[in-house]
Design a protein around this ligand. Structure first.
Ligand code: BGP
Length: 484
C-alpha cells in the first residue's frame, strides 16, 4: 500500500455550533445556528425551503429560551468539557484538530468595536490546551454561526457592511490567537449559500428585496471579498500562516452515457468548482460570469474588488467529501438525499441510513481532479459517515461499518498520494458525536467517541470509546500503514 507523507496531519473536525453549547453564557450573542430547529424527518426535497426562515419565525425562535428543540444551543457541552475531549483526541494521537470560532462569542451582535473578552479568553485557553497536547489547531472563521443580529439588521451578507464587521472579527482572531494558530479556513463550504442561504449567509427571504437568488450571489461576492481581505491580513499579522478555502466537493457522474447526461454533469461539476476557482485563481471564471449574465444576476463588484481577489489567493484548498452523486436529465430519475443535496441515485453504490451514497473511489477521483486543477496542497477537512450506533450492555459500540467506511476512504487517499496528489492532512467529520448540521439530530452519529445524549438532550453526556476509536488510534500511530 502506498505511504502517507511523514508529516501527514491526521485528526478530526468540529464546528462550534455543533459542539460548544453554552449559547447564552459568558456574553455570547445568539447566532443563526441557535434558531436551527430539530428536524429528524427532514425531507431533503424541501431542503432549500427547510433552510428558509422568515423574520417572524426568527423572532419566535429567539423568544423561546428553551433548548429542547434547538439542540445546537446545547451541543455536547464542549464549552465546559473540552479539556477531557482534547485528552481523548490526544489519546487518539491527533496531529491536528479542526475547530471553528463562534463569531458571536467574540462579537455578540457583530457590530461591536471591541470583542467580548470572555469569548477571547475561552478560545485562548482552548488553543493553548491543544498546543500543550501537541495538537495543531486548524481554525474555521465562519462555520454556519454568524451573529443573528447581522441577519435581522442587515439581511446578512447581502449588506456589504458585513465585510467590515467580518474583517474586524478576523483581525481580532489573528491578533489574539495568532501565536497559537497557524492554519486558518475562511468560510466553511462557501458554496452552500445557494443551498441554505440563511445558515451560510444570514439571508432572510422577506428581507431580500431583489429576490433570494440575487441576494445569495451578492452575499457570495461579499464573502469572496472578505475571504481575500482576511487572507492578506493573516499573512501580514501571522508570519508563516496558511489560509485555505473550503468547498463542499459534490463529485457528480453522468447517470447514463447519453450525451445530455454528460453535458448536465459537466455543468454541475463546473458550478461546484467555481467557488474554489475564485479563491485560488483570484477571479470569476468567464463561463460563470456568462451564465450569471444569462440569469440576469448582477454581481456587486466595485472598483478595486477584482484586484483584491487577485492579490490574495489561498495557500491551500480544503474540502468536505462524504458521498458522490449522479446527474440525469430524466425528470423521473430516482433520487436520494446527500449532503444538503438531492442526488440522482447511483445503482452501483451502497447507501447510508440517511440516504447518502458511499463512494470511496470518488474521493480519489476528487483528489486527482482538485490537485490537477489547482496545483496547491489539498486538505480533506470533512469526511465520515453518520450512522445509528448501538451501545451494548457492556458499554461497547461495535461500529464496524464506520471502520469499513474510513478504511476504504484511506486506501483511496493513499492511492491518490501515489498518483502525485499533494495531500497535507485529513480531519474526519467528526471525531466525537455531535449535533447534525442539517437535522440537529444527536442520533446521526459520526464519532470515534460516543456521547451519551439523545435527540432531546437527555443523557449523562459521558464519553465512550467506540471500536473505531482504537482502530483510528492504530491508523494514526502507523501513519496510515496499518488499516487492518
Ligand atoms: C457539512 C458541514 C458539517 C457537518 C456535515 C455533515 O456540510 O460542514 O458541519 O455537519 O455537513 O452533515 P450533517 O451534520 O447534516 O450530517
Amino acid at each position: 500500500m502506498p505511504e502517507f507523507p511523514n508529516n501527514f496531519l491526521w485528526g478530526g473536525a468540529l464546528a462550534a455550533n455543533q459542539v460548544e453549547g453554552a449559547w447564552d453564557v459568558d456574553g455570547r450573542g445568539p447566532s443563526v445556528a441557535d434558531i436551527a430547529s430539530y428536524k429528524p424527518h427532514l425531507d431533503v426535497k424541501e431542503y432549500a425551503a427547510h433552510h428558509i426562515v422568515s423574520s417572524d419565525s426568527i423572532a419566535a425562535a429567539l423568544a423561546d429560551p428553551d433548548d429542547t428543540y434547538y439542540p445546537k444551543r446545547r451541543g455536547i457541552d464542549f464549552y465546559h468539557r473540552y479539556p477531557g475531549d482534547l485528552a481523548l483526541f490526544a489519546e487518539l494521537g491527533f496531529k491536528v484538530l479542526r475547530v471553528s470560532i463562534s463569531w458571536s462569542r467574540l462579537y455578540p451582535t457583530g457590530v461591536e468595536e471591541t470583542p467580548n473578552e470572555a469569548g477571547v479568553a475561552y478560545y485562548q485557553s482552548l488553543f493553548t490546551e491543544m498546543r500543550r497536547l501537541g495538537i495543531e489547531p486548524l481554525v474555521t472563521l465562519s462555520h454556519y454561526e454568524m451573529p443573528i443580529a447581522l441577519a435581522t439588521s442587515n439581511n446578512g451578507w447581502e449588506d456589504r457592511a458585513v465585510v467590515d464587521h467580518f474583517v474586524r472579527y478576523s483581525r481580532t482572531c489573528f491578533e489574539r490567537f495568532g501565536s497559537l494558530v497557524k492554519y486558518w479556513l475562511t468560510f466553511n463550504e462557501i458554496d452552500s449559500v445557494m443551498r441554505h442561504p440563511f445558515t451560510t449567509a444570514g439571508i432572510i427571504p422577506d428581507r431580500s428585496k431583489n429576490g433570494v437568488e440575487q441576494a445569495c450571489y451578492t452575499a457570495l461576492h461579499h464573502q469572496f471579498l472578505a475571504s481575500a481581505i482576511v487572507t492578506g491580513l493573516a499573512h501580514d499579522i501571522i508570519p508563516g500562516s496558511q489560509v485555505g478555502c473550503m468547498l463542499t466537493k459534490l463529485t457528480t457522474y453522468p447517470n447514463t452515457f447519453r450525451p445530455e447526461d454528460a453535458a448536465a454533469t459537466l455543468q454541475k461539476n463546473l458550478d461546484n468548482l467555481f467557488y474554489a476557482d475564485v479563491q485560488v485563481f483570484g477571479e470569476y471564471p468567464p463561463l460563470i460570469l456568462r451564465r450569471l449574465e444569462h440569469q440576469g444576476i448582477a454581481l456587486p463588484i466595485q472598483p478595486g474588488d477584482e484586484q483584491t481577489l487577485k492579490d490574495h489567493p489561498v495557500d491551500f484548498v480544503s474540502f468536505s467529501y462524504y458521498m458522490s452523486m449522479t446527474e440525469s436529465v430524466d425528470p423521473n430519475a430516482d433520487r436520494t438525499p446527500g449532503n444538503t443535496v438531492l442526488a440522482v441515485k447511483n445503482p452501483y453504490l451502497p447507501t447510508s441510513e440517511w440516504g447518502w451514497q458511499v463512494d470511496p473511489i470518488g474521493l480519489r477521483i476528487s483528489l486527482v481532479e482538485l490537485y490537477d486543477r489547482y496545483r496547491k496542497p489539498l486538505f480533506i477537512v470533512e469526511n465520515g459517515i453518520g450512522a445509528v450506533d448501538v451501545v451494548t450492555e457492556q458499554g461497547e459500540i461495535h461500529d464496524d461499518y464506520r471502520i469499513a467506511y474510513f478504511r476504504d476512504h484511506f486506501e483511496q487517499m493513499a492511492l491518490a498520494i501515489d498518483d502525485g496528489v499533494d495531500l497535507i492532512g485529513y480531519t474526519s467529520w467528526a471525531p466525537i458525536d455531535l449535533i447534525s448540521a442539517s437535522t440537529s439530530q444527536m442520533s446521526k452519529r459520526y464519532g470515534f467517541i460516543y456521547v451519551d445524549q439523545d435527540d432531546m438532550g437527555k443523557g449523562t453526556l459521558d464519553r465512550l470509546r467506540k471500536d473505531s476509536f482504537h482502530w483510528y488510534q492504530k491508523v494514526i500511530a502507523s501513519n496510515g500503514a496499518d488499516l487492518s
